[in-house]
Design a protein. Structure first.
Length: 351
């Protein structure tokens, strides 16, 4: 697979007019199998569709089933998450998606022409599985007859190497194809047994692609953009190369798909490492305590509901502080903590 050298850049943007098109934290789903149909026809819990296959013969994989897609209680911040179990042999694939994104995208507000996809990824323990897992945005290319499906943007995480790459349908010096994108010189290697919040964006007017992680913010020159294409759906994906001989397990949480007027992945241009900040207790009834290990001064805290509406904003200007949430309704909120060293977003449960 060809790789394209990336350029690095950053933006200062606003989320004022962003629309949430799809979101899922899996907390309203029951532990156990997501669905009862792995052919992608009948929806399971949360209207999620699942597709699982061992691949075409000859194949040594034999574990395709409904149990490949499981709701577990060890998601991020000790809530429910989604575990996808990959093939145990040399072929096989897993896809999970929800219908309706294309319709929601068509009904977006005028000017919200950038689609952003963010999610939490748990890397898991060291493994010999060569499975490639991740999340992708798919779309339709109607410039050809018949029209075809393209990968507009996404991430690929290779289990045994722990290397995270971008993936998109692009123009590489006149050759159009789906390419893996090196996000960092030498490869972006993630830590084992660690949660990461990552995201990617696609501009439906230009075909521009952006990737963002806690340490990398990257995009491509305009000469590499393809399309633009029609937005269709977002999938959780696991695929297996012909050299694989081991099961893979990956856990996801807190998927959000937004339509925005400007790119604003992960809300900020600088993101603090997840483990450096603590917000507790969580769940909480009255007061949230905020502390950190990097001596960052917390300027302010903004809480939003799952529709992106601001429900509370408080200035702190201190290294450690408290936020009273007794006036909020019971539910799940996203807390954006802005500091002099960057920002971080935490999921908060109000009891």
């Amino acid at each position: 697979m060809k790789k394209i050298l990336l350029l690095m850049f950053a933006f200062s943007v606003s989320l004022a007019n962003a629309q949430v098109l799809q979101s899922e934290d899996f907390n309203t789903l029951n532990n156990g199998d997501v669905g009862t149909d792995i052919t992608g026809v009948t929806p399971g819990q949360g209207e999620w569709l699942t597709f699982s296959t061992n691949g075409a013969a000859p194949t040594t994989s034999d574990n395709a089933g409904n149990s490949n897609f499981v709701i577990v209680d060890n998601g991020n911040e000790v809530t429910n998450g989604l575990k996808i179990i990959g093939a145990n042999g040399n072929k096989g694939s897993r896809y999970m998606w929800k219908d309706g994104l294309g319709t929601a995208w068509d009904g977006r507000d005028l000017g919200n022409d950038i689609i952003e996809v963010e999610f939490d990824l748990y890397t898991g323990a060291a493994t010999t599985s060569t499975a490639q897992v991740g999340v992708r945005l798919f779309g339709t290319d109607d410039s050809v007859t018949p029209s075809v499906t393209r990968t507009l943007n996404g991430f690929v995480y290779t289990m045994n190497t722990r290397v995270l790459t971008g993936v998109a349908y692009l123009n590489n010096a006149g050759t159009y194809n789906t390419f893996l994108i090196t996000l960092q010189t030498g490869g972006l290697i993630l830590d084992a047994d660690t949660w990461y919040r990552i995201g990617f964006a696609y501009d439906s007017n230009t075909g521009e692609t952006i990737w963002k992680t806690p340490t990398v913010y990257t995009g491509l020159p305009a000469a590499n953009w393809a399309g633009p294409f029609i937005v269709d759906e977002v999938d959780f994906i696991t695929t297996t190369p012909t050299t694989n001989a081991a099961v893979s397990e990956i856990i996801y949480d807190n998927l959000t798909v937004k339509a925005t007027p400007e790119e604003a992945l992960l809300n900020v241009s600088e993101v603090i490492a997840e483990g450096s900040f603590s917000v507790y207790p969580n769940p909480a009834k009255n007061v949230l305590n905020i502390s950190n290990t990097i001596n960052a001064v917390v300027n302010n805290v903004v809480l939003t509901d799952l529709n992106g509406r601001v429900v509370k904003s408080q200035n702190l200007n201190t290294v450690e502080g408290q936020v009273n949430i007794s006036d909020l309704a019971t539910g799940i909120y996203m807390m954006n903590v802005n500091t002099d060293k960057g920002s971080i977003t935490k999921k908060i449960i109000k009891e």
